[in-house]
Design a protein around this ligand. Structure first.
Ligand code: BTN
Length: 263
């Protein structure tokens, strides 16, 4: 197995902030756990934690993230955005846009974002983002952005098979993980600086243009409740609005969206 080499990633990375420190491990429970721990001990902003495999990779809503060795990309980035915690969704949208752009650029495949931040190809999940925060009432102390990408995985566990895919399964070719990681870190930095300069509306426009949720019939599971309807809009605070058959519009702040009909 060709292992990721942090020095090779840093060579020609040319970022100002993200990736100056890269911690590589062969196996961890979760790169997010390692990054949260490092952040609590004062790790510098821009530190990246990268692993070949995770034994307890975590997804959103208490799910696990399939993380076999050497075939995927599992990384976490520590950021310290000078933003109030209410604006943390900006960081998550940023990661989704940066990752979607990278995957599109390097695979040529039509990667889209399913609200809030799933990376999809042909309605199957190719990557996901888990942002975790430590924040006080007024500002975020640190944010750990965990990104998982199904790069070269060809065999998924049975129970995932109809919901997930990989770049290799879609394109027929193995992807080179190092250029992908470099491009991802550069894109993250580009959008991060734009947000800090107050340019979130520009990011949001790009998020919208990459979204496969808006304008489609969706089914959203929130705990035991299922909401069905048309995904009409997403507000700048990240809330998704769904118009139910009754005509009532429901704001959705968290949940699991299934696209039931794509226009
Ligand atoms: C989701 O779509 O549910 C989010 C998946 C996030 C997975 C990544 S892999 C690297 C980082 N470490 C984790 O334990 N999770 C994130």
């Amino acid at each position: 197995m060709l292992k990721l080499n942090p020095l090779e990633i840093q060579n020609s990375l040319n970022t100002r902030l993200i990736g100056h420190h890269i911690i590589w491990e062969y196996e961890v429970h979760s790169t997010n756990d390692v990054a949260l721990e490092l952040a609590s001990k004062g790790a510098l902003e821009g530190t990246v934690v990268l692993a070949e495999s995770q034994t307890r990779g975590r997804g959103r809503m208490g799910r696990s993230w399939y993380s076999p060795p050497g075939e995927g990309i599992y990384l976490s980035v520590i950021l310290k955005p000078p933003l109030p915690p209410q604006k943390a969704y900006q960081i998550t949208f940023m990661a989704a846009v940066a990752a979607a752009e990278t995957l599109r650029h390097l695979s040529g495949l039509e990667v889209q974002i399913k609200w809030p931040n799933d990376l999809m190809i042909r309605n199957k999940k190719v990557g996901g983002i888990l942002t975790e925060l430590k924040a006080g009432p007024d500002r975020i102390h640190w944010a750990v952005i965990g990104i998982g990408i199904n790069a070269n995985i060809v065999q998924f566990p049975q129970e995932l098979q109809d919901q997930v895919t990989s770049l290799m399964l879609e394109s027929g070719y193995p992807v080179r993980r190092i250029p992908l990681i470099q491009n991802l870190l550069r894109n993250l930095e580009k959008w991060y600086f734009l947000i800090l300069e107050g340019n979130f509306p520009k990011l949001f426009e790009t998020w919208r243009s990459l979204s496969c949720t808006l304008g489609n019939q969706v089914e959203i599971k929130i705990g035991e409740e299922i909401i069905r309807g048309l995904a009409t809009r997403v507000e700048q605070d990240g809330t998704l609005y769904v118009r139910e058959d009754s005509g009532q519009e429901r704001p959705i702040v968290t949940g699991d969206v299934a696209l039931i009909a794509q226009k």
